[in-house]
Design a protein around this ligand. Structure first.
Ligand SMILES: C[S@@+](CC[C@H](N)C(=O)[O-])C[C@H]1O[C@@H](n2cnc3c(N)ncnc32)[C@H](O)[C@@H]1O
Ligand SMILES: [Zn+2]
Length: 213
């Protein structure tokens, strides 16, 4: 999987971002919708992105737009997000790899694709085009009204902090790239065993002692 960006036809990324910021602030518009999708509240989390009509497999649905940042800035912003996540539990994921030099920080109001939730059975994925743009592309035919979802590709570093609410039959229970699922299953089993042991100890402690007269 990829980490998602985008381009309007302007001279430099800086110009592009300035233009977008100005346009959004001036018009104060909501994240845009297009012919393929609309935005509404999601049963998974917050807002989500939904198919407005039937979307055939391989359709390039929406570009993952944002601010183009170099790797140093990207790392700095990602670390800030991680620090924030540690204090308030937030874990918004917006940084996509564009190429060896640049990433895209999609944490901007005009990036509708940032609202796509994670699923253990995703129906879209992010693809780069020519190392210049990142697009959300249909992995299969998607019916009208289906929520669009991709796999966030998390590693297992902070897995317990990201329970998954995708509700799919194959949901692994936590947000993680599927390559980590075998290891994750083992971690979940150990966690369960630990909790069962703890519960047994608590139950044993709370058994009242009977006095024999
Ligand atoms: C980039 S936002 C996605 C848009 C989000 N629904 C919103 O309204 O801002 C990512 C955050 O959405 C939540 N999220 C996305 N998919 C999820 C899932 N399958 N289960 C639980 N939370 C999810 C997590 O809090 C995650 O950090
Ligand atoms: Zn899931």
């Amino acid at each position: 999987m990829l980490w998602p960006v985008s381009c309007f036809q302007v001279d430099s990324p800086k110009d592009k971002d300035t233009m977008r910021t100005a346009a959004i602030h001036m018009e104060n518009i909501a994240p845009p919708e297009n012919e393929w999708y609309l935005i509404r509240n999601s049963s998974i989390h917050g807002r989500g992105v939904y198919a407005r009509k039937f979307i055939p497999k391989d359709t390039w649905i929406v570009e993952y737009v944002g601010e183009k940042v170099d790797k140093d800035e990207s790392e700095r912003r990602s670390n800030d997000l991680l620090d924030k996540a540690k204090t308030d539990g937030s874990a918004k994921v917006y940084m996509f790899i564009l190429n060896d030099e640049w990433d895209i920080d999609g944490n901007v109001e005009w990036n509708s694709a940032r609202l796509i939730n994670h699923s253990c059975e995703p129906n879209v994925e992010a693809q780069t085009w020519d190392e210049k743009e990142v697009w959300i592309v249909a992995l299969r035919d998607i019916e009208v009204g289906e929520e669009l979802s991709f796999n966030y590709g998390f590693d297992l570093e902070t897995w317990e902090e990201h329970p998954c609410l995708c509700g799919k039959p194959s949901c692994i229970g936590y947000i993680a790239a599927d390559e980590y699922w075998p290891a994750l299953r083992k971690k979940i089993a150990s966690k369960k065993a630990r909790e069962t042991r703890k519960q047994k100890q608590l139950n044993a402690k709370s058994v009242p002692l009977c006095e024999v007269s």
